[in-house]
Design a binder for this molecule. Structure first.
Ligand code: FES
Length: 107
């Protein structure tokens, strides 16, 4: 039987929500099944819109996270649309995470 890790979603306003993630669910799917809306675009790991940042836990990808550079992965960023929690995880989520990952050339 597939494990069902607990996924704790941390928002930058200090709130958090815990959902269960079946062994096959991505972070995004687990959140959606609990009626929690996370930002997303392509859902294929290509655009980076769904970026989160791991605080604790381990995730696995079934396809390469193309929207992440090596430095992003090393800094703990992950793609919620294709990352599957393998263990209990705490992940920072929301548009602010994506904003901090990509420098804004207009400011
Ligand atoms: S929604 Fe595009 S990388 Fe996740």
């Amino acid at each position: 039987m597939a494990p069902t890790p607990t996924l704790t979603l941390l928002w930058r306003d200090g709130s958090e929500e815990a959902v269960r993630a079946s062994g096959e669910s991505t972070v995004l799917e687990a959140a959606e099944s609990a009626a929690i809306g996370l930002p997303f675009g392509c859902r294929t790991g290509a655009c980076g819109t769904c970026a989160g940042r791991s605080v604790e836990g381990t995730v696995q990808y079934n396809r390469p996270p193309r929207a992440l550079k090596t430095r992003h992965s090393e800094a703990g960023y992950l793609l919620c649309c294709i990352a599957r929690p393998l263990t209990d995880c705490q992940i920072e989520v929301g548009a602010d995470v994506r904003a901090e990952m990509v420098s804004n050339p207009w400011k």
